[in-house]
Structures are given as structure tokens and as C-alpha cells.
Design a protein around this ligand. Structure first.
Ligand code: 2P0
Length: 321
């Protein structure tokens, strides 16, 4: 065993993952497609603790709470099973934005941890198997193993991984409207949706249709079609989430104001499309040449950060910890 450090970036889905077919193996009910970003990264070090009786976790320099530590230990059990090892480790993870700020994500976290832990336990995994491993920590993490745009296949345990998709060059204008912790985790909200929404089956079926339309639009480099499917699919996801019992609403008035402003931009000939994840922040998809104009037009509606396609999860040189 050795000490290793890895870095990974979050991703923003254009076709969203919302619902599992298998909770234990984190198999999604439908496929999804996302862009890994070049900002908001997580850097994670895994240190073997030969005398350790339990895994420990430090987040941004502070000991993590019991729940977060338990989730990491459960993930490390998968790594130990693959390695045939019982070795406990210390995990130290840093986010470039504060954890719980709505931007630090479980996707970058588990993609970085899977990459560092696989190397620490001397597993020789290719990208596909690393993506499958990251999926066991958090579904969306399997997409953050890959750079740029990737598709995550629904599949079964063997075939559910992310792989690259050819797509045009795109940028995103991220508008942070609220840095607070979300009222409910994605995992719990997803479970509630599958259990209580009358629209869930239609969501799963229509997501597969939207995904194949999106893959076609990406390979044709049709930005307009990509944008239209992105915005429509995001609104469908939020409509679905609002249809749970009890209802959950992630979008705030400020979020809706941004969707409206983006629609106005399009009416005025500036192409841009909105999406939002399980929270109130809005991400606007733009052509590279329109990035500055769109960011300027949306000034004042949120804290703005421009992002582009980023690298896949990577192991850092020894001594980076
Ligand atoms: C996505 N989200 O496709 C969707 C859109 C949030 C909204 O993937 O239970 O944290 O760990 O597999 O990966 C968030 O779900 O859930 C998510 P788990 P995860 O990006």
C-alpha cells in the first residue's frame, strides 16, 4: 500500500440522473449525460494506517461527522474487497469551495476518492472500471472520472459506467443564488420521488428518449438542439420532484427569474439555455463565443462563474499531499 492523492471536478448533467433501479449497486433507472467542469475541484489523499481500527475522514481540515465517515468507510469496503485487503486508511479531502455550499459535490468527491483509493490499494483499473467503482460511492461520480462530455449507461453492475461522447465545445455560466445547505439530500429526495411520484414511470421512459436525442444532437454538433433538450429535461426533473409526497421544491424565486432572463436573451437573439440540479443555483449553457455577453446580461442575478469542459479524475504526483 502507498499514500496517494487524486483530483477530480464536478459535472453538470444535461440529461439528469434522478432515480435508482438498484440502491445497493447504485444502478440508475435511466442513462444520463453531463459535462465535467474545469472548476470547483476536490483533492483527496488516502493514507494507509497500519494500526488503524477504523477508516477516518477529514474534510477541509476538520474531522468529518459520523454519517460522512460511515459513507466513506462503506465505499472503502468495496475497494478492500477488490484488493483482498483489510487495511484501514485515513482520507483527507479538500474542496476548492466550502463543503455544503451547493457547488462542492459528491461527484468530484467520490471520483477523487475512487482514483486515490484504487491507487493506494494498488488496483490496476482502467477508466471503465474506475468509473464503475466511483459509481458505488455516488452515482454522478462515475461521470466525473471522465473529461468533458460523457454518457453514463444505465446497464447492470458490469455495464453501468460513463464513457466519452463527442460534442461541440461549450461553456457554462454558473449562477449561485444560495450557498446554504440543501434541505434534503439528492439521495433521499430521489428515493422519495421513486416511492411517491405518480409521474415517475413516465420520467424514466422519457429520459431514455431524451438521452438518445441528446447523443444525436451532440454528435451532430447541434448546439441549439442540445440547449433545447437540456432546458426541457431540467424543467421536467423539477416538475417531477415537485410531484412527490410531501412535495419538494428546489428552485427559488431567484432561480425562476434566471430561467425567465435566459428565455428573454433567446428572444433577443442571444442563444443560452438554463438547467438546475437539486438546489436553487442555475447553470446556463452557452456557445464559447457568447460566454461574456451572456454573463454580462445576467449580472446581478447571482454570483457568476464561467466554466468550461475539464479533465477527468487524475492521480497527482507523489508528494502532492
Ligand atoms: C445529476 N443529480 O444527474 C442529478 C441531477 C442531482 C440533480 O446526480 O445517491 O449525489 O449518491 O447516487 O449522484 C445527484 O445525485 O446521488 C445527481 P447518489 P448523486 O447530476
Amino acid at each position: 500500500m502507498r499514500t496517494t492523492t487524486a483530483r477530480a471536478y464536478p459535472n453538470i448533467a444535461l440529461i439528469k440522473y434522478w432515480g435508482k433501479r438498484d440502491e445497493a449497486r447504485i444502478l440508475p433507472a435511466a442513462g444520463s449525460l453531463s459535462m465535467t467542469l474545469d472548476a470547483f475541484e476536490t483533492t483527496t489523499t488516502v493514507i494507509p494506517t497500519p494500526d488503524g481500527v477504523a477508516d477516518t475522514l477529514e474534510l477541509d481540515g476538520q474531522p468529518a461527522d459520523e454519517e460522512a465517515t460511515r459513507r466513506i468507510a462503506a465505499f472503502l469496503d468495496h475497494v478492500r474487497a477488490l484488493a483482498g485487503s483489510e487495511q484501514k486508511v485515513m482520507v483527507a479531502s479538500r474542496n476548492s469551495v466550502p463543503t455544503g455550499a451547493g457547488l462542492a459535490s459528491s461527484a468530484s468527491g467520490f471520483a477523487a476518492l475512487a482514483t486515490a483509493a484504487a491507487a493506494a490499494f494498488e488496483l490496476d483499473l482502467d477508466t471503465r472500471d474506475l468509473s464503475r467503482l466511483a459509481r458505488l460511492g455516488s452515482g454522478s461520480a462515475c461521470r466525473s472520472v471522465l473529461p468533458g462530455v460523457s454518457v453514463w449507461h444505465a446497464g447492470d453492475d458490469e455495464t453501468s459506467f460513463a464513457e466519452p461522447v463527442s460534442a461541440p465545445d461549450m461553456r457554462m455560466v454558473v449562477l449561485t443564488v444560495d450557498r446554504g445547505r440543501k434541505p434534503i439530500s439528492s439521495r433521499s429526495a430521489m428515493r422519495l420521488t421513486a416511492a411517491t411520484s405518480p409521474f415517475y414511470d413516465a420520467w424514466v421512459a422519457s429520459t431514455e428518449t431524451s438521452l438518445s436525442a441528446m447523443i444525436d444532437a451532440c454528435s451532430e454538433g447541434d448546439f441549439t438542439r442540445i440547449g433545447e433538450i437540456t432546458e426541457s429535461h431540467a424543467l421536467r426533473m423539477h416538475a417531477l420532484i415537485q410531484s412527490t409526497t410531501p412535495p419538494i421544491r428546489f428552485l427559488r424565486p431567484q432561480s425562476v427569474a434566471i430561467f425567465d432572463a435566459v428565455e428573454k436573451l433567446r428572444e433577443n437573439g442571444l442563444e443560452a439555455y438554463s438547467t438546475a440540479d437539486a438546489g436553487p443555483n442555475v447553470v446556463v449553457l452557452v456557445r464559447p463565443e457568447n460566454t461574456e455577453a451572456v454573463a454580462r446580461a445576467l449580472e446581478g442575478l447571482g454570483d457568476i462563474r464561467i466554466v468550461g469542459p475539464g479533465p477527468g479524475a487524475q492521480l497527482l504526483p507523489e508528494g502532492s499531499e
